[in-house]
Ligand binder design. Sequence first.
Ligand code: F6R
Length: 259
Amino acid sequence: MKVLILATPEAAVAKAASLTAETLRAKPRAVLGLATGGTMLPLYARLRALHAAGLSFAGVTSFNLDEYVGLGPDHPASYHVYMRSALFEHIDIDPARCHLPRGDAADPQAEAQAYEARIAAAGGIDLQLLGIGRNGHIGFNEPTSSLGSPTRVKTLTESTRDANRPYFTDADTVPRFAITMGVATILAARHCLLLATGAEKAEAVAAMIEGPLAALCPASALQLHPRATIVLDAAAASALQLQDYYHHVHPEGEDRDPV
Ligand code: F6R
């Protein structure tokens, strides 16, 4: 794992955006795995700014991690709407190549399997962007998810439903289920880039990086990944035991190889 610690959330977001841009410059037809949630919003704002400055997404194919079961692509709290308004409508990506699971599919399990097949047919994911839940989830792989899981329907924990309640109006109940890429689906990406900011993520981040490999913290599965880059601000890094070492290897979050 490459652990890059930046002083501020702004610097962490800028680092994650520049690593994403680097991937696109090296491979304009890259397949990007995308995440949603509050952490990603400033990252997408930064990618929009990079696009305005000339970065093209015209050749990119994207696959989002997850979608709520029961929400159609025009539901205001759906990740379809989130992605259109946070990113897709502002860049030159081809909407036909932007994929999210259909939350309103008649058979969500079949949709999950078909989604996994679509990722494989696209040649797999070059760069998977990830956030982390306070309970250690990645995608919606809640604690005790199989570390070998494919894309499937997961039951959301009450803590995840609570964390996402602000995105829903009072009239809506937060869905109980989501279609999510599995842990194995995520591990199959050629590069995983996880961004975490804020003190409320510190415990989950420490469990992911320094805790045991355990289904109780699905993000710890990234310890198995040959190319996982974890970009943190100081607050999200604050519970790590080996902070000095990470700063020593990557001063100011510099992304360089040791020799
Ligand atoms: C969303 C997703 C989730 C979020 C995580 C953190 O597509 O996959 O794993 O990344 O819940 O969410 P925020 O950033 O809102 O704290």
